[in-house]
Ligand binder design. Structure first.
Ligand SMILES: Cc1cc2nc3c(=O)[nH]c(=O)nc-3n(C[C@H](O)[C@H](O)[C@H](O)COP(=O)(O)OP(=O)(O)OC[C@H]3O[C@@H](n4cnc5c(N)ncnc54)[C@H](O)[C@@H]3O)c2cc1C
Length: 392
């Protein structure tokens, strides 16, 4: 088999890449280890920066998202028993965020690719990449028990943090920058109407909590917990009780509960692999970098890498240019590090850690500052709605 771009992974990065390449007349094949059903029902991110939503609309896959997504113009920071609203729109010249589940984006992209005759091979096994430093890299895999080989011009490693692409880069090429946060998130999806029209980020003496939503009927709620805790230690009643405590306000705010549809514990990690390229293998999305989810940036950062890579491939195929491919990693990493900074800042400001009372006071002062200074609130808002994109 042969294609121009062999893509490993049918998450948001791999699917969006395949879709945008198709619109530029560039062929790709997507290889995915899991089933289509698994990819379409994996609950993860849910906040799209305006730039990500605009990209989906402009590329023709935003129809259902525009109808069903929830446009948000602000977020709430809750601390000291009171709410402090950050008016994202007013602070950023009218920009907004869109609440629309990552698995819905994935569904829309899979449907668009298959409708256009695109090739996505689900349930493939033993994927391995090779000949990375030649002009004809290859991907070996098994499909239906049969060994196959895909020859390509380029390989896109879109296989997430635990994929095989990044570890296939020879030792000594990558520098890894990493920070493990001393807490985790317990997340639930609940059949309960969201108790707030906007996301609430709550900083409480017992730890951080986040109220988010996926639709007018389904809430997504998170609690800061210990990384070593097992989900079995958190029966539903305990989760709701803890959420009620952390969201309590002086005025007596009420949380709406309902059946828990899904729950899990996620470690909080900051990670960057640099450079995001070796030979003809390019890393995109979580394969190259992870941010803690507090700033809602992982999916958006994956989409930002895709933009840069598509422009670089287009320049290569249309005009034989290699300069944008050579600059891919540097162009992506400029944004990656700014987003790492923002995600780390939001995370440390809102969580309680064992650092001690001195740091708790600093974080409260930070919250006080960000909700009382227009300059500080604007800095939060412009990062939250998404930093602008530099021209290619
Ligand atoms: C609980 C949680 C909440 C989050 N909330 C947000 C949020 O609000 N906003 C936000 O922007 N981000 C959020 N994120 C982060 C976001 O989900 C990720 O950044 C995003 O999924 C990255 O997309 P990706 O395509 O790079 O990787 P992935 O979505 O991880 O996709 C990688 C794909 O590759 C496949 N794969 C892996 N190994 C192989 C292999 N060997 N062969 C073939 N296929 C393979 C996987 O099955 C998967 O389908 C959250 C993440 C979690 C876990």
């Amino acid at each position: 088999m042969r294609t121009q771009v062999g893509i490993v992974g049918a998450g948001p990065a791999g699917l969006l890449l395949s879709h945008l390449l198709h619109l530029r007349g560039i062929d790709s094949v997507v290889l995915e280890a899991r089933s289509r059903h698994y990819c379409e029902t994996r609950i993860r991110a849910g906040v799209l920066e305006q730039g990500t939503a605009d990209l989906l609309v402009a590329s023709g896959v935003g129809g259902r998202m525009t109808r069903e997504g929830l446009v948000h113009r602000g977020i709430v920071l809750r601390f000291g028993g009171r709410d402090h609203r950050i008016d994202l729109s007013e602070l950023t010249g009218g920009r907004t965020i869109l609440v629309y589940g990552q698995h819905e984006v994935v569904k829309d992209l899979i449907a668009a690719r298959l409708d256009a005759g695109g090739e996505i091979f689900f349930d493939v096994e033993d994927v391995a990449v090779g000949d990375l430093d030649t002009a004809a890299p290859r991907i070996r895999f098994r499909r239906g028990g049969e060994a196959r080989e895909l020859r390509c011009d380029f390989i896109a490693g879109c296989d997430g943090f635990h994929g095989i692409c990044r570890p296939s880069i020879p030792p000594g090429v990558l520098t890894i920058y990493e920070h493990a946060h001393p807490f985790a998130w317990l997340g639930i999806l609940a059949q309960a109407p969201p108790a707030s029209a906007e996301l609430i980020y709550a900083s409480h003496a017992r730890g951080f909590a986040l109220l988010s939503m996926r639709s007018p009927e389904v809430s997504r709620l998170y609690l800061q917990c210990e990384p070593a805790e097992a989900i079995g230690e958190w029966p539903d009643d305990r989760i709701w009780q803890e959420l009620r405590r952390r969201f309590e306000t002086d005025e007596g705010w009420t949380l709406r509960d309902g059946p828990v549809l899904q729950k899990g514990i996620t470690a909080m990690r900051s990670f960057v692999a640099s450079p995001m390229q070796h030979g003809r293998l390019f890393l995109l999305g979580d394969a190259a970098h992870i941010v803690p989810p507090t700033g809602a940036k992982g999916l958006n950062l994956a989409a930002a890498d895709v933009r840069v890579f598509v422009e670089a491939l287009d320049a290569f195929y249309a005009a034989g240019r290699t300069d944008l491919l050579a600059g891919y990693s540097a162009a992506c990493l400029r944004r990656v590090w700014k987003v790492q900074r923002f995600s780390w800042w939001m995370t440390s400001m809102l969580h309680r850690s064992a650092e001690g009372e001195f740091f708790d006071r600093l974080h409260l002062a930070e919250l006080d500052y960000v909700t009382s200074s227009r300059a500080a609130a604007t800095a939060l808002a412009e990062n939250y709605v998404g930093l602008p994109f530099a021209p290619a």
